[in-house]
Design a protein around this ligand. Structure first.
Ligand code: HEM
Ligand code: HEM
Length: 178
C-alpha cells in the first residue's frame, strides 16, 4: 500500500512519535537507574521496567523498519540544499541504526546475567547464555557508547526540526503529523 507522496503515512507518523517518546523515557530511565546503588529495593524494579519497555520498543522498531521498507519516505522539497539532503539521509540512517542496536545489545547483555528479563512482571525470559560478567560488560559498554551517540543524534535531529519549523518555515514538521 502506498500513500500520497507529500507526507509520511499515518502509520509511519504514529510509530515515529510513539517510538520517540519511548526512546526519551528509556534514555532518562537508563541514566537514572544506573546510579541506583546495588541492593537498593527500587533497582530491580527500574531495571526490569527498562528492559521490558526496551524490548517493546525494539518490537515496534522492527514494525517501523518493515513499514519503511514497504513505503519509501516522501521526497524532500527541491529547494533544500544538496548537503542538507545528504546530512538528513545519513543522520536518519544513523538514528535507525541506534534504534535497532540499543534494544538488541541491551537484550544481548541481559542474556549473560543470572537475571534475564521479567517482562512487565508477567513472565520471565530466561537468559540463553551463562552468567558471564566479561561478555555482559562488553555489551553494556556498547549499550553505553551507542546511547551517547544516540543522544547527540537526537539533539541534532530536534534542532533540524526546529530550524525547518521556525527559520525556513517550510512545514516539514507537518509531514510527520498524526
Ligand atoms: C527522540 C527520538 C526520535 C527519534 C529516534 C527520531 C527518529 C527519526 C527518524 C529515523 C526519521 C526518518 C524517518 C524516515 O525517513 O523513515 C525521523 C523523521 C522526522 N522526525 Fe524524528 N525522531 C525523534 C524525535 C523527533 C522530534 C522530537 C521531532 C520534532 C521536534 C522530530 C521530527 C521529525 C520530522 C519532522 C521528521 C520528518 C523529516 C522529513 O520530513 O524528512 N523527531 N525521525
Ligand atoms: C530503545 C531502547 C533502549 C534505550 C534507548 C536504552 C538506553 C539506555 C541508557 C541511556 C542507559 C544508561 C547507560 C549508561 O549509563 O551506561 C541504559 C542502561 C541499561 N540498559 Fe538500556 N536502553 C534500551 C534498551 C534496553 C534493553 C532492551 C535492555 C535489556 C533487555 C536494556 C538494559 C539496560 C541495562 C541492564 C542498563 C544498566 C547498565 C548498568 O548500569 O549496569 N536496555 N540503557
Amino acid at each position: 500500500m502506498k500513500f500520497s507522496n507529500d507526507r509520511y503515512s499515518r502509520l509511519a507518523a504514529w510509530l515515529h512519535w510513539i517510538i520517540a517518546i519511548l526512546v526519551i523515557v528509556m534514555i532518562a530511565m537508563g541514566i537514572y537507574m544506573s546510579d541506583i546503588p546495588k541492593g537498593a529495593p527500587d533497582r530491580a524494579f527500574f531495571f526490569n521496567l527498562h528492559k521490558s519497555i526496551g524490548l517493546t520498543t525494539g518490537l515496534l522498531v522492527l514494525v517501523r523498519v518493515w513499514w519503511r521498507h514497504k513505503n519509501p519516505p516522501p521526497s524532500l522539497p527541491s529547494d533544500i540544499p544538496v548537503w542538507q539532503v545528504k546530512v538528513s539521509r545519513v543522520s536518519h540512517a544513523a538514528l535507525y541504526g541506534c534504534l535497532v542496536v540499543m534494544p538488541a545489545v541491551g537484550f544481548a547483555a541481559s542474556q549473560f546475567t543470572k537475571y534475564g528479563v521479567t517482562y512487565f512482571g508477567l513472565f520471565k525470559i530466561p537468559p540463553m547464555g551463562s552468567n558471564d560478567p566479561i561478555t555482559r560488560d562488553m555489551l553494556q559498554n556498547i549499550h553505553h557508547i551507542v546511547a551517547e551517540l544516540f543522544i547527540v543524534l537526537i539533539v541534532i535531529h530536534v534542532l533540524a526540526a526546529l530550524y525547518h519549523q521556525f527559520v525556513r518555515r517550510d512545514g516539514l514538521l507537518s509531514r510527520m503529523k498524526l
